[in-house]
Design a protein around this ligand. Structure first.
Ligand SMILES: Cc1cc2nc3c(=O)[nH]c(=O)nc-3n(C[C@H](O)[C@H](O)[C@H](O)COP(=O)(O)O)c2cc1C
Length: 286
């Protein structure tokens, strides 16, 4: 009887250990992830606006400061990153020519076309390296291949953790605990937590120079050669084209300082048709 209880207890412990082992795999990530909340559709800020209405701005004081960009990076940096908002974030995974893996967020980032999709990343020069290049830029220039992993709220803290000024060769995928998955057409992996992943090839670079002639940033221009999208965040248009469903995606945008922002509301403003190009006709129509 006693030994039956002992065997039962042992079997129970083994089952618990097995369950814990299973939970330590992909399922354990889900414990921290919540299904994103619905993004609310609202009316646009001035729904009664008509062509020709003068809206002005809401402030009494109309005085303006003028800032010369060449006053220096320290002046422009906080201004640019706090005014050009919200910015999407390209979470770039790359390999050095020796094969060392790297992962970092870049918010000087956007898509510039769709046929085919081209993206740009601004790699700012760093004084911390003899080459003055951040690892991402050096890797892209060395190997030409990278992945962009768009960031959703469920892994934003882990993604942010990769931005530390870590030594070259530090693997931020491993450091953050994010999950690498093999890509199909390029060597750098994709990040499994990301709902939208692009496999990319570096097509061109453009060096931005300051007044002294120093390269202060390099614009890295890449072509997206394969897209992966988690089916769970997709929807279909009336023409059956795949799009991303806002209610599932929980996109993250970058603001000034250390701030990020969440998308909670959106509104539609239909594109004006040709009939609106003549203001007088448009006023009559309205
Ligand atoms: C959200 C976010 C966006 C960033 N955007 C940029 C950027 O556009 N350009 C840049 O040079 N650094 C940017 N950084 C800083 C880099 O991520 C940081 O310097 C990182 O250490 C670079 O890593 P790497 O040397 O591995 O490429 C950003 C940091 C964060 C947190």
């Amino acid at each position: 009887m006693v030994s039956d209880i002992a065997v039962g207890a042992l079997a129970g412990a083994a089952a618990t250990a097995l369950l814990q082992r299973l939970l330590a795999g992909p399922l354990s990530r889900q414990r921290h992830s919540r299904i994103p909340q619905k993004v609310k559709r609202v009316t646009s800020p001035n729904p009664d606006w008509k062509p020709g209405d003068n809206v002005g701005h809401p402030f009494e004081n109309n005085a303006r400061l003028q800032i010369e960009p060449h006053e220096g990076a320290s002046t422009m940096y906080p201004f640019i990153i706090s005014s050009v908002i919200p910015r999407p974030i390209g979470f770039v995974c790359s390999l050095s020519k020796e094969g060392a893996r790297n992962l970092s967020p870049y918010s000087y980032f956007n898509v510039m076309s769709h046929d085919p999709p081209y993206i740009c990343i601004g790699g700012c020069a760093t004084s911390g390296r003899p080459s003055k290049m951040k690892d991402t830029q050096q890797n892209l220039m060395e190997t030409k291949e990278f992945t962009i992993n768009l960031i959703s709220e469920w892994f934003v803290e882990a993604a942010h953790h990769t931005c530390g000024n870590y030594d070259r060769g530090v693997d931020e995928v491993e450091l953050s605990g994010l999950t690498p998955v093999p890509s199909v057409k390029v060597k750098p992996p994709r990040i499994d937590e990301s709902a939208v992943q692009f496999e990319c090839i570096l097509r061109d670079t453009y060096d931005v120079k300051n007044e002294k002639g120093d390269v202060t940033c390099t614009i890295l221009i890449g072509e997206v050669i394969l897209v992966h999208v988690l089916e769970a965040v997709t929807a279909r248009t009336a023409h059956n084209h795949v799009i991303v469903d806002l209610d599932k995606y929980a996109p993250v945008s970058r603001m000034g300082g250390d701030s990020y922002a969440r998308l909670t509301e959106y509104y539609d403003i239909p594109r004006p048709g040709k009939e609106w190009q003549d203001r007088s006709a448009a006023v009559v129509k309205a």
